[in-house]
Design a protein around this ligand. Structure first.
Ligand code: NAD
Ligand code: MG
Length: 390
């Protein structure tokens, strides 16, 4: 291990998060020659310090300048260089000592470093789906031009990436993303309008960061994943389907033209897709619980209800219109989720707000990166103004 070219020097961007800490666990289990070269955290700097101790990292990056100002970096692992500020992520992503960048920052804050890793020809182990939603065309093109590669960490896309290896691209009829349905699968629309932050954070099958947990409750997460799949697999939106599968064991499926469907199954644990993104095309021992075939388990699926979860329609619409739509919906959603978590808007207003901002924005079919970043700021301001009067 590994038989293929070495990708074993890893930068973990967003190391203190749900994906970041799972990645650190995977790296510990993989052992030598796998190692972290650099780690980043935004504001949980004591946790960053704990992760750095004994890891032998060369760099630690603290991206929130204000938090870093008051923090004593004296206790960090001996010899690690401390980088401060958001631009430190780009520095880590480009560093010649890094083979693989685990992009596990949440939100469009992860875009500059994801793009930098793609431009620098790295293996991009991609959890930060928002980077593809905002600038999928730029990120995938940069990776292609530099000879880099993008291996998805998102469990659905990892499943599809694996299933696609059983056939030829021209023989794919469609892909089917599975969705647990989140905590409100069986709630009525009027109950959902009254949902509290605690209700929305109670995900039935996955333990994740707060933002993606709220996205799962609105099903905006699945909308973002439709857009992510459009860019990762270069498929038109009409070839991307979604089905509700409450057990979260079938992680997604590829249907070929002959009607054969290839699925990937495993218990819901992100350490498996993370490890696969690191070691691909090699496979090694399971980092988490396996399927227990001695247990009786019922697997169910049902169609999605786009009237009850209107976020889903945004997914196909944005995937088909492209251009500036992804940046606008993503930023509106990030800001609306923050407002909901702060108790300032109701649960159902998250998606209403995103739809509204999408409709009033100035569409451009082929925006530059600067334009996308400007629209990201604009959409956040607009949603805040809208929330104040709605
Ligand atoms: P999280 O909130 O648990 O962790 C986020 C990480 O990003 C932390 O290390 C935090 O310090 C850092 N961060 C936050 N704001 C930042 C900023 N402004 N600048 C730089 N760094 C910042 O999130 P998560 O659940 O680990 O999700 C990370 C990404 O992975 C998201 O894009 C999410 O959609 C994707 N993802 C997560 C899961 C999961 O199971 N958690 C599954 C699939 C995809
Ligand atoms: Mg997912």
């Amino acid at each position: 291990m590994p038989d293929s070219p070495s990708k074993t020097a890893v930068a973990v961007l967003g190391a203190t998060g749900s994906i970041g800490t799972a990645t650190m666990d995977v790296l510990r289990r993989l052992g030598d020659p796998w190692h972290a070269v650099g780690l980043s955290a935004h504001s949980r700097l004591s946790e960053l310090r704990d992760l750095s101790l004994g890891s032998g990292v060369r760099y630690v990056a603290a991206t929130c300048t204000e938090t870093a100002r008051d923090f004593d970096f004296g206790e960090f692992a001996g010899g690690a260089e401390v980088l401060i500020g958001p631009e430190a992520l780009v520095r880590l992503a480009e560093d010649p000592a890094v083979d693989t960048v685990v992009a596990a920052v949440v939100g469009s804050a992860g875009l500059p470093s994801t793009l930098a890793a793609a431009k620098a020809g790295k293996r991009l182990a991609l959890a930060n789906k928002e980077a593809l939603v905002v600038a999928g065309s730029l990120v995938t093109q940069a990776s292609r031009l530099s000879g880099g590669e993008i291996i998805p960490i998102d469990s659905e896309h990892s499943a599809i990436f694996q299933a696609l290896q059983t056939g030829r691209a021209q023989d794919v009829q469609r892909i089917i993303l599975t969705a647990s349905g989140g905590p409100f699968r069986t709630w009525s629309p009027s109950q959902m309008a009254q949902a509290t932050v605690g209700d929305a954070l109670a995900h039935p099958t996955w333990q994740m960061g707060r933002k993606i947990t709220i996205d799962s409750a609105t099903m905006m997460n699945k909308a973002l994943e439709v857009i992510e799949a459009r860019w990762l697999f270069d498929l038109p939106p009409e070839k991307i389907g979604v089905v509700i599968h409450p057990q979260s064991i079938i992680h997604s499926m590829v249907e070929f033209v002959d009607g054969s469907v290839i699925a990937q199954l495993s218990p819901p644990d992100m350490r498996l897709p993370i490890q696969y993104a690191l070691t691909y095309p090699d496979r090694t021992g399971c980092p988490c619980p396996k399927m227990d075939w001695a247990q009786a388990v019922q697997l169910e699926w049902e169609p999605v209800d786009t009237e009850k979860f209107p976020a889903l329609k945004l997914g196909w619409e944005v995937a088909s219109r492209g251009g500036t739509c992804g940046a606008v919906v993503n930023a509106a959603n990030e800001a609306a989720v923050a407002l909901f978590l702060a108790g300032e808007i109701r649960f159902t207003e998250i998606v209403t707000g995103c739809r509204r901002i999408l409709e009033v924005h100035n569409y451009d079919a082929s925006p530059t990166l600067d334009e996308l970043m400007r629209l990201d700021r604009w959409a956040r301001e607009e949603i805040t103004k809208w929330a104040a009067v709605c």
